[in-house]
Write a protein that binds this ligand. Structure first.
Ligand SMILES: Nc1ncnc2c1ncn2[C@@H]1O[C@H](COP(=O)(O)OP(=O)(O)OP(=O)(O)O)[C@@H](O)[C@H]1O
Length: 328
């Protein structure tokens, strides 16, 4: 081999090996990345962010329990659809999980902490609740009376401190909010958009939603569901979403719980892939319809058997009811 040929051979080999090495290290990067994603997914799946253990609850002065021996466990990053008939106990359960109602410390854990006793869970924004109580408190003067006063949506949204400006911008765009909207002259859907924006400004780790999208138009609802999905997949947020609207929910949810008369009856809060009735194709609506029909028949039968509910009269000891009659 001539000197020139030897030189050419050596240079080509060096270039080839270098390229091979670069290629291999690229591949290794990808494999490393994939491994870390896998580890994250496994970690996400094994990290429990919300836990309810044999929870029972009765409202004060009420004779019967509204939540009965309820057990649920949700991993980080999951999106659980909470379903059930009117009066089944969904809002009551969400209010307990949100720490608005006191139950024993060991019955409910959110991010490993008891939500009622650990006040900081909600104050820090780690646990966020958008529900009936919240609807009455945010942007309203109490009950269903809208806040009076001619101030713009901007004032409410920019009034929340310590918010990431990028997140705020994103939410304003997503919810199609006009910052000049006057809070006293909004439609129900517009008010709900401002309320939802306020509730989502802080990056929660666990979000509890109780029928928040009823007033939104289809686009608003679908965009919001997409946003929630990204929050779970990118940040590992966990969401429980109670609704009677199932459009788009089959693909959206990762877990399903159907509550009947305060008990976890179908779905068991399990992964949707493991629930026989909705496995594979989108059978969610028809399945929930079937469950609701069975539930309605059972409730009727139970009520017939139980007879009328006996309520505790809180004024019985004071005779004030009689006094009020005299007053009339
Ligand atoms: N403050 C309260 N005091 C006493 N009983 C209550 C109170 N709030 C709700 N209930 C009762 O608890 C039961 C469950 O109500 P809850 O609001 O949790 O049901 P839900 O599943 O959210 O219903 P919906 O789908 O209509 O919103 C109902 O029978 C209701 O009458």
């Amino acid at each position: 081999m001539s000197d020139d040929a030897l030189f050419l051979f050596l240079t080509t080999s060096i270039i080839y090996f270098k390229e091979e090495e670069e290629d291999r290290s690229d591949k290794e990067e990808v494999i490393k990345d994939k491994t870390s994603i896998n580890i994250m997914t496994q970690k996400q799946q094994t990290t429990i962010s919300l836990q309810v253990k044999n929870l029972s609850y009765a409202y004060p002065m009420e004779p019967s329990e509204i939540i009965k021996d309820f057990t649920l466990e949700l991993p980080k990053g999951s999106r659980c659809l909470l379903s059930g008939a009117n009066g089944a106990g969904k809002s009551t359960l969400l209010q307990i999980l949100a720490g608005k109602t006191m139950v024993a410390e060991d019955k409910v854990r959110v991010l490993g902490r008891p939500p009622f006793h650990d006040f900081n869970l909600s104050c820090s924004g780690e646990l966020s609740y958008l529900g009936s109580q919240w609807r009455r408190n945010v942007g309203s003067a109490g009950g269903d009376v809208p806040l009076a006063g001619d101030f713009p949506a901007r004032q409410m949204i920019f009034g929340v401190e310590n918010v990431d400006p990028e997140r705020r911008e994103r939410l304003i765009k997503l919810l199609d909010i006009d910052l000049d909207w006057s809070m006293m002259a909004l439609s129900d859907g517009q008010r709900r958009r401002v309320q939802i924006c306020l509730g989502l400004l802080k990056p929660y780790e666990v979000l509890l939603c109780d029928e928040i999208t009823v007033d939104l138009d289809i686009l608003g609802r679908l965009d919001l569901l997409k946003f929630f999905e990204e929050e779970c997949e990118e940040r590992g947020a966990t969401i429980i979403y109670a609704t009677h609207i199932f459009d788009g929910m089959h693909d959206w949810m990762t877990h399903l719980a159907f509550i009947s008369n305060g008990e976890l009856k179908y779905g068991q809060g399990g992964r949707k892939e493991d629930i026989e009735e909705i496995k594979g194709i989108d059978h969610l609506l028809s399945t929930i319809e079937d469950w609701l029909r069975v539930d309605r028949d059972e409730t009727k039968a139970r009520k017939l058997l139980e007879g009328p509910k006996k309520r505790v009269d809180p004024y019985a000891h004071f005779g004030s009811r009689q006094m009020s009659y005299y007053g009339c």
